[in-house]
Design a binder for this molecule. Sequence first.
Ligand code: ADP
Length: 337
Amino acid sequence: MKKTPRQDRAKEVRCPRVITEYYDGGDGAKRARRYIRGRALGKGGFAVVFAVQEAATGRSFACKVVAKSTLEKPRARKKMVTEIRIHKSVSCDQVVRFERCFEDDNHVYILMEMCSNRTLADIVKSRGAMREMAAACYMREAVSATAHLHAMRVIHRDLKLGNLFLTKEGLEEIKAEGGGPGTDAELNKLGAAKRVKIGDFGLACAMDHDDERRRTICGTPNYIAPEVLKGKEGPGHSYEVDTWSLGVILYTLLFGSPPFQTKDVKLTYKRIRANEYDIPDDPPIADSTKDLIRAALSAEPEKRPTLQQIAAHPFMKLGAEDWKLADEKPAPYVERR
Ligand code: ADP
């Protein structure tokens, strides 16, 4: 049989106009919920994500649709089951909410909270680098969301701007104020509530204990940590891979492009292995912010700061006093070493 290339698998999704979820009504009788499919929000390697509306309530969701034909291999099925299990287990207001999942003859459906369909990658792409105060605002949310995951012994392993979703409110507020990232209007709004949520648990792993080490090479080239690239030859990787990716995220927010980016993936990996990157002089950033980037991008995972140390760094406090953050729940920082 001809193999389907990975990038084409999403094409196998032929999602019906009306999606039906059958569920047990509790009294043994089967009940049905119906969802009207709207526009496609985006496409992943295996899935297409659609906007859907629950017919009975009018509630909107994002629905990730995966064709069962792409889940024939046990490995693909296992991956999907792991993604669902982990996403389901990490419920908190800084993670794209998992609602439920169900299947029909041809597809598996994962129903999620509807975000704005804009990620921080879109914001940086359309508006370029942002000033330190705005980046600090986003980083506070990204770091504390990651701390929530780590406290639950989950490593995301694919933290990147494209997986940091702006919520609907976050985006509408930016539009309503007519401002871009970095304007005071936006910062004030962003300071008031959670506006960035982590999504996409396709590469996440749940650890049984903290000393466990993983050896699967996975991630997105620009964001991948050096210890991950060592694969089976190395000592394995753990929570610190997310810290590395947060360093790449911070750098990208401030300078507009990732530190190790080249046109050729192999060359990017070479630069990551050699820890070869520059911190530009333009736009100028504080020396302490440079230190934070360098610390997060330490070649040796054990030299990277803990998330708690990052959260306590002066950069992360930029502008924070101006906002009403007092009633925010503190992140459950867990000392991992
Ligand atoms: P991948 O795994 O390839 O990163 P996903 O399958 O998670 O992608 O999602 C594909 C695209 O669908 C995303 O890039 C985004 O544009 C859109 N999307 C995913 N989840 C949501 C959501 N909860 N709300 C709005 N848009 C979403």
